[in-house]
Write a protein that binds this ligand. Sequence first.
Ligand code: HPA
Ligand code: MG
Length: 229
Amino acid sequence: MESNMAGWERKQTDTDKGIVIPDDWPGYPLDLFTYPEHYSEDLDCVYIPHGVIIDRTERLARNIMEDLGDHDIVVLCVLKGGFQFCADLVDCIKVLCRNSNKTLPMRVDFIRLKSYLNDQSTPDLHIVGADNLSVLNGKNVLIVEAIVDTGKTMKTLLDHVEAFKPKMIKVAGLLVKRVPSGTGYLPDYVGFEISNRFVVGYALDYNEYFRDLNHICVISDGGKLKYKI
Ligand code: HPA
Ligand code: MG
């Protein structure tokens, strides 16, 4: 195994499929952290603290740099849930470039998908906002998505992006949810593998609420009721 000067483990292993959070992980009590008071009745626990998300994102950025750092890339941020992860991931990549005297020209584009009402996935997936993606033609594309559950959304998105004939497509997914109906699809870079619970925060929403929460938390039954439409 290679090591850098500080002696930190450097080589990305082929077995990095994300940090696995087991089904019996209870999360942290809310009182141990700070969070917006307006959500005090609406959450069960802090499932992944903000600092852990950032630390993991730093490592994903390094893995991505090691694989893709030689050619310019087009980052395709999947809105709305992916905005925070994408912003932090791009920041981490910029810091790595600065610290290693590398230069990695990055374009950042956005695509918007919608498939969830309340906490249920609806069968009709819409691409509701997209620039002209012909810029992806011949480019190395990094799709950045907050959460992958059944994998169907990602499959639809990959078909859509492939139509623009990029040179290469890689996918970074912060969360992969273990769901019974999963297609088995795994992003190339996975932050955390989580149990089949509805999580909010760090830009993940429940009917547009909770994007203003830094930690990834499990929503309470009361919270689901309060913000149901
Ligand atoms: N939370 C928020 N959005 C989602 C989730 C989730 O658990 N799964 C799919 N989209
Ligand atoms: Mg949503």
